[in-house]
Design a protein around this ligand. Structure first.
Ligand code: NAD
Length: 261
């Protein structure tokens, strides 16, 4: 049986993944701002440091895998772009960098990061913000997003997901992670019925946009089905999966980018 760290495990898809892993007999170290095995606020550097350290202590220095599901959606609010940036990008990168030795200590460790199909379907995501993330420069990200005003959370969200997808692909194959036996991949869901989406659907303007968005297969994704994909990506069957972003989005990415190959 294996030991996994799962962030965002108190709700939605992270919770569904943690439940499935526990039911299969694995040990799950769950991390969330809501009371959990490791309770931490991933929107601050101190919270990320304490989460990283406590997980390593509980895992005894060896992690078979990690699932990075903590995230914030593009809800309105002045401070929202910062929170999105801190949790969706730095809340993944800082923890995984800290856990790398523990992942390398396991045999064929697997990491699944929650990206989003917003990374390919939101138009004109500011490249400067994406570069700011990849440079680790939060102030540059926020400066770039400020002129977007009320739309800033939408672009912060999309930029955080573009950046985390790029970080996953680069880190998987050019920074020694593959050589250390760690399989680093991302999953890019479309709209999945979770509390995050419920909050967006409760706002009339956002609900209108979500309902107008092209989903060729129709409807919304199911959190347990997305968790099935993640659990598969953690399994031995995924030994040859490395640096991939797996879209599970009812066809929206294909609708926008059918000819991008
Ligand atoms: P959710 O809101 O149900 O769960 C997110 C979890 O993250 C919650 O348990 C929350 O407490 C935790 N979290 C938020 N801020 C935190 C903080 N500061 N510190 C620690 N934990 C914090 O959301 P979900 O829909 O299950 O989303 C999971 C992931 O999937 C997110 O990264 C999200 O961006 C991504 N995603 C969701 C959808 C969707 O439609 N639901 C689509 C694409 C991508």
């Amino acid at each position: 049986m294996s030991t996994y760290a799962v962030t965002g495990a108190a709700s939605g898809m992270g919770r569904a993944v943690a439940d499935q892993l526990r039911t299969a007999g694995h040990t799950v170290i769950d991390v969330d701002i809501v009371e959990s095995t490791v309770t931490a606020d991933l929107s601050t550097p101190a919270g990320r440091r304490s989460a990283a350290t406590e997980v390593l202590e509980r895992a005894d220095g060896r992690l078979d895998g990690a699932v990075m599901a903590a995230g914030l959606g593009p809800a309105p609010g002045r401070d929202r772009p910062r929170l999105i940036a801190e949790v969706n990008y730095f809340g993944v990168v800082d923890l995984l960098e800290a856990w790398r030795p523990a992942l390398a200590a396991a045999d064929r460790a697997k990491v699944v990061v929650f990206a989003s199909n917003s990374s390919t379907t939101v138009p004109v995501v500011p490249g400067r913000a994406v570069r700011g993330f990849l440079d680790g420069d939060l102030e540059k990200v926020l400066r770039t997003l400020r002129p977007f005003g009320k739309q800033a959370p939408t672009f912060a969200y999309a930029a955080s997901k573009v950046a985390i997808s790029r970080w996953v692909r680069r880190t998987a194959v050019t920074r020694g992670w593959a050589g250390a036996g760690i399989r680093l991949n991302a999953i890019a869901p479309g709209a999945v019925l979770t509390p995050l989406l419920d909050k967006q659907l409760a706002t009339p303007a956002e609900a209108k946009q979500i309902k107008r968005f092209p989903v060729p297969i129709g409807g919304y994704g199911d959190a347990d089905q997305l968790a099935d994909w993640v659990v598969f990506m953690l399994s031995d069957s995924a030994d040859f999966l490395c640096g991939s972003v797996v879209f599970v989005d009812g066809g929206s990415d294909a609708w926008f980018r059918a000819d991008d190959w």
